[in-house]
Design a protein around this ligand. Structure first.
Ligand SMILES: *Cc1c(COP(=O)(O)O)cnc(C)c1O
Length: 431
């Protein structure tokens, strides 16, 4: 299968080239030229996400050097549980899809591990290592570093803003060593992102160091995310014959996009509702039909502080007119005050402790009319609350237990190189 750019001015590429290329040379994002369609029966023998993924992703990699490894790559990426857990509700059935049982306790582990599995195989015969640059405001850098740690022929450079990530996030960014270099940049997240973009704009540097990226515009992070929606909806379909509906905490719209793609491929998914924080270009677009990206606003759900969600370009490519998009998804914005109230209230009402991102989804569900609530819904839990303990613990009045994998990372020694927020400083440590 080929993948084309949303802007239509770059050549369509095969699966492997698309992953390595990251963003298209015309500035667009790669999307599949067509989507395979699956009837639920095709997955009769597949229950676990790794088995569902092997079937669902095979058509994308067909005919490439990775085709024979797809099942194995899925096994490696989906090596931790992704439970669909029923929780207390006064209305229809309510579930939580827990995506936070991976090494860095957020859903980004899935895409990062899938991409690392692909890159490792593609890079096996190279003399000159691939250099992956990641600017991070928190969760992405940790997931990518964890996923690529000790993979041969690949090095990872993580740039994060000094003093602007939480203590636990900084540990997850700096505990790796070996082929991972952690750079504490004397600037903010925008500086980190600018430095990465400037490096990619230097043709000679790009080719000499073989620069690549692993952020969420990479197609290799989106496709595996469609798999957990497929596996959860299939499980529910087999049990009840009904479609499962999802509420998804949304920032850059990678995770929501993946769910839309899974439904487009024929999986038994019902409604898709996006929950955003006060950064609201997506809900505003659905309301007014005007796409008006803005500067990002800092909120409690910081991993969703995106004023210009890049993946909207993919969604608008799929659903070009606003009427059509309204028929497929809806979106609501949630304030910091509502996030706080939801975390406190659900500790008691549902016995659940949410991270601030997941709390936006719970709030949006609670705002539904009762007819809507009588449908079966799944709230998508994007991170473990222990990652955001400084926000969550005062609201619930006690400590949050740290999952084992995360606890292990927090005890490792850390190392980081501090640099000025300039391209020269970055090139200095790269070469
Ligand atoms: C990245 C992230 C999000 C937002 O996901 P998108 O794919 O960017 O929409 C939500 N919650 C958490 C915990 C995240 O790390």
């Amino acid at each position: 299968m080929k993948f084309r750019s949303t802007r239509g001015k770059a050549a369509a590429l095969g699966f492997c080239e698309t992953l390595v290329q990251g963003i298209a040379p015309d500035g667009g994002l790669y999307v599949p030229e067509e989507f395979p369609r699956f009837a639920p029966e095709v997955f009769a023998s597949a229950e676990e996400p790794a088995e569902v993924g092997a079937i669902m992703l095979a058509p994308f990699a067909q005919g490439t050097v990775l085709a024979g490894s797809m099942a194995r790559i899925c096994q490696e990426a989906f090596s931790f549980p992704i439970p669909l857990k029923q929780i207390q509700s006064d209305n229809g059935p309510l579930y939580v899809l827990e995506l936070f049982h991976g090494p860095t306790a957020a859903f980004k582990d899935v895409g990062a591990r899938f991409l690392a599995g692909c890159f490792e195989r593609l890079e096996a015969d190279q003399d000159n290592p691939l250099t992956i640059l990641v600017a991070t405001s928190g969760d992405t850098g940790g997931a990518v570093a964890a996923a690529f740690h000790r993979r041969p022929n690949i090095r990872v450079i993580v740039l994060f803003p000094k003093g602007l990530v939480s203590v636990r996030q900084e540990k997850q960014l700096c505990c790796w060593g070996d082929n991972v270099l952690s750079l504490r940049v004397k600037g903010n997240f925008d500086d980190c992102q600018r430095m990465v973009k400037e490096a990619f704009a230097e043709q000679e540097l790009c080719q000499r160091l073989r620069l690549s990226s692993a952020n969420s515009i990479n197609l290799g992070r989106l496709l595996p995310q469609a798999v957990y929606y497929a596996a959860a909806s299939l499980k529910f379909w087999r049990q009840t014959g009904q479609r499962l509906n999802f509420v998804i905490p949304t920032g850059n719209l990678g995770n929501g996009q993946a769910c839309v793609w899974a439904r487009k491929m024929g999986l038994p998914i019902g409604k898709i509702v996006l929950a955003t924080n006060l950064n609201r270009p997506i809900p505003d677009y659905l309301e007014t039909g005007e796409w008006a990206p803005a500067a990002s606003i800092a909120t409690l759900a910081s991993a969703m502080d995106v004023g210009n969600p890049s993946n909207m370009e993919r969604l608008r490519d799929l659903l070009p007119d606003v009427e059509g998009m309204r028929a497929e998804i809806s979106a609501s914005s949630v304030s910091d005050e509502e996030i706080r109230e939801q975390i406190s209230a659900d500790r008691l009402a549902r016995g659940e402790t949410w991270c601030p991102h997941t709390a936006t989804a719970a709030h949006v569900y609670d705002s539904f009319a009762s007819a809507e609530k009588s449908l079966p819904w799944a709230l998508v839990a994007t991170a473990h609350p222990a990652k955001f303990e400084t926000i969550v613990e005062p609201l619930i009045g006690h400590k949050v237990d740290i999952p084992e994998a995360l606890a292990k990372l927090l005890t490792l020694p850390t190392q980081a190189t501090e640099i000025e927020p300039t391209l020269e400083a970055l090139v200095g440590v790269l070469t």
